[in-house]
Design a protein around this ligand. Structure first.
Ligand code: HAM
Length: 423
């Protein structure tokens, strides 16, 4: 049997890599414009980090983690990271980053792993870019993070998106709301599907997330968390919205937006695209002031961040033809040899070009002159330098402009000078 990629994973081939580079370049530029620095953390962590950080009743922890025991004789349990926020907070606490600056702003471009049923826009290994702003409890931080996410999509040209916003209040709010929601749902319990019944006790807020059309009416009439917010949370949420309005960022309030991770408090948001199918969330995030405490930290560590799926972004950008302007990288010059001795010369000459910063290519297949010329056209090289016995004797080579077919006879140094100017 032929070996293939595992279901839910994908190769990113050279023919697609330009798209990835373009997105990564743009994303880095915008993050850095807001004062963020990159962080990279290990692909696997101790399982307990995610159990405690993300929450045991979430889908991610309950059924989507790739957990393994590296050594059967030991109880050590490791997990491939399903998201970055818990890892970033672990790194922040472990390295005492709080001591070096009052606020830590980090971004990442990382691969993640979730054992999900693969479908368009949902993979088992996928990529996210995202950021975490740790150290501020102020609504300015929430507003800036949302504005940053929005600027990335605007810079990439992605339109037709909807930003959904909600507030989950503080711990006390959620406790009161959870009780109220259970009371409301109790008479409707028999109408709930199996998964919602399961969530009823453990995490009733997630029932609001259900896409089951049979539950739409029950969910639409459910009490709204906004009515349970304490004064401080309400003021926080209103300030975030005032900033968004000032920044010209459109949003809709969605009282059903609870997000699938337990660490959120106060602001929660998600960006949806009409150009995606069932998996319509391009990215999401929110405030998570309680995460550090669940990891054992006793100092207040307020934080807010977001993450965006790169595969989903690519689906949307392809649909909107936002990659059409990307040009394939082509070599400036292709060295063509007409004899064995010339081949040796072309190998050295190509190397000297590269040392001078010029993109150069040379035949590695010992092909005929005709085949080498054909290859120069196929790859779209700007120039070909043709070397045969006569050229080696005279020290003068043909430099052919492949677009105009104009040829010049030049020494190698003259060729180098000319190409250096063109590059
Ligand atoms: P999340 O909503 O779980 O949040 O994931 C963020 C984004 O990652 C999603 O909106 C989606 O675009 C993408 N994504 C998630 N799962 C998959 C999958 N199986 N296949 C493809 N793409 C996927 C978080 O991960 C939080 N850590 C975000 C955050 C950062 N909150 C605060 N800071």
């Amino acid at each position: 049997m032929k070996l293939q990629t595992v279901k839910g994973t994908k190769d990113i081939l050279p023919s697609e890599i330009q798209k990835w580079h373009y997105i990564e370049r743009t994303v880095r530029r915008v993050f850095e414009r807001f004062g963020y620095e990159e962080i990279r953390t290990p692909v696997f962590e101790e399982t307990s980090l995610f159990l405690r950080g993300i929450g045991e009743t979430t889908d991610i922890v309950g059924k989507e983690m790739y957990t393994f025991q590296p050594d059967a004789a030991s109880s050590e349990s490791l997990t491939l990271r399903p998201e970055m926020t818990a890892s970033v907070m672990r790194a922040y606490l472990q390295h005492g980053l709080r001591a070096s600056a009052p606020i830590t702003k980090v971004y990442y471009i990382s691969e993640l792993f979730r054992k999900e049923r693969p479908q368009a826009g949902r993979q088992r290994q996928f990529w996210q870019f995202g950021c975490e702003c740790i150290g501020s409890a102020a609504p300015e931080a929430d507003a800036e993070v949302i504005a940053l996410m929005s600027m990335i999509y605007r810079t990439l040209g992605v339109q037709n998106t909807v930003l959904r916003l909600n507030s989950l209040g503080n711990l006390e709010t959620r406790k009161r709301y959870r009780d109220a929601l259970r009371e409301y749902l109790r008479p409707n319990y028999e109408k709930l599907d199996a998964i919602s019944k399961e969530r009823f006790e453990k995490n009733p807020l997630r029932i609001l997330d259900s896409k089951n059309p049979d539950l739409a009416d029950v969910i639409a009439a459910a009490p709204r968390i906004i009515d349970y917010l304490d004064t401080e949370s309400k003021a926080h949420f209103e300030t975030v919205q005032t900033y968004l309005k000032q920044f010209g960022i459109d949003y809709v309030i969605d009282f059903k937006l609870v997000r699938g991770l337990d660490y959120y408090s106060q602001t929660a948001f998600e960006l949806q695209s009409a150009d995606l199918g069932a998996q319509d969330a391009l990215g999401g995030g929110g405030r998570y002031d309680g995460l550090a405490a669940t990891l054992g930290e006793d100092k207040e560590t307020p934080a807010v961040g977001f993450a965006s799926g790169i595969e989903r972004l690519i689906i949307v950008m392809e649909k909107l033809r936002l990659f059409d302007m990307l040009e394939k990288k082509v070599p400036m010059v292709m060295f063509i040899s007409q004899s064995d001795a010339a081949r040796e010369w072309t190998m050295t000459a190509a190397m000297q070009c590269r040392q001078a910063g010029i993109d150069a290519d040379v035949d590695l297949l010992r092909r005929s002159f005709k085949a080498q010329m054909k290859e120069s056209n196929r790859v779209g090289a700007h120039y070909a330098v043709i070397a045969g016995e006569n050229e080696l004797q005279s020290g003068k080579f043909q430099l052919k402009n492949l677009a105009t077919s104009v040829q010049e006879e030049l020494t190698f140094n003259e060729i180098l000078e000319k190409l250096k100017i063109e590059k």
